[in-house]
Write a protein that binds this ligand. Sequence first.
Ligand SMILES: [Zn+2]
Length: 464
Amino acid sequence: MKIAMLLRLLFVLIVAVAPALAQQSRPVVATGLSVAGSAREVTVTVPLSRPLAAPPRAFALPQPMRWAVDLSGASASRIEAGGAGTVKAARVGQFDADIVRVVIDLSAPMRIVKAEQDAKNRLLLTLAPIDAAGFRGLVSRGRNPIPGFTGPAVGAPAAGRLEEVEAILTEQLRAQEAAGKAVAKPVIAPAAPRPAAGKPPATAAPPPAPPSPVVAPPTEAAAAAPRPRGRDGRKPLVVIDPGHGGKDVGAISVNGGYEKTVTLAIAQAAKRAIERDGRLRVRLTRDDDRFLTLGQRQRLARDWGADLFISVHADSAPNAAARGASVYTLSEVASDAQAARLAAKENNADAIAGVTLRGQDRETTGLLIDLAQRDSMNASVDFAQGLQAALEPEGVRFRSRFHHFAGFAVLKNVGVPAVLLETGYLSNAEDSDYLFDRDGQRAVAAGIARAAAEFLTGTQVARR
Ligand SMILES: [Zn+2]
């Protein structure tokens, strides 16, 4: 875009959008909560003080089954209500400085069939039964604006993406030029962009009034999708995280070697391969034998503005015959006992350092998996599949199942697609030989480099 155009857009933003945003800075207050209905249909009603500026964003969570509906630019004190039909109960509360969250507990799978804010400013959420497979599908979809939401201030779903906001403003500028008069206020108030790589969800308060959508960071939804360019216009950045390090040696191989050594060697080889390829930038969370907490690894990825995060590990098992690589993505619930066991082991790194992981009950954990998380989870699955596809031709053996989900702490709150690659079993003699061998390390590294480049340059068609 030309500089002149950019300046004019900024002017438009200041003149036209700023008053709208200032108006929005007064929060919508949730003043009540009620649940009514039958086995066929249940309506959750939340009276609000004024029109919502953007459609609520909703996501489904399993175990326990529930819906969470987020209202941005809102405030509320905690309100609880009993259930009706297959809605067990509901509650409203302040999730963070800007977001009020409505949680709807279910005794059977349900979907939101209708969402509106009526003329009295009441938010009406209508839910109807759905089958278990359908509900799982909704869970995997993550946190999105409720489709078809209607409300006094929201004619159409608000633009979530920077490009859309920019397109609207450009169109208005053209209309203004054509008419030769002052530009009208935007029809659509841009959804407040959240920091693309912000703090953890629990504390990540979005800016109440972003200074300008044009210069604000891209939304997480946009950041989560593979894009041909990095978020700052430079080449996309892949951050590779060699697991363990320092006093945390990780798994110990049949020959007495350490996991931390293998993970660093593979990560360094992958860095060289990515630099040779030239399509991406690459950084390592550690480039020597040092200890990093899981939180420090996440923070580095966020601070550097990573577009993709790959944590490299090697497993061990009591059964010496167990072998093969696996790719894991984050999920609230482990896909199987093996994934759960592994997550517990890898998460233990912080306990080794005497860092206590915050005790979180299931409910809190579920709610902590917030938008950055959810939006990037689907993209993580895409990348996991691409990574396995790139590693197999390099001769890397995989365990039979395609990929797995588990609650890996190191993958949480990164806010971008993130996977954990278990390159093989150090407790297996063949895997161990392969992973300690330079050629083996180079093969794994080549697969990582190719998968990352294909994913981030969009040469491989992603699902979104
Ligand atoms: Zn490990």
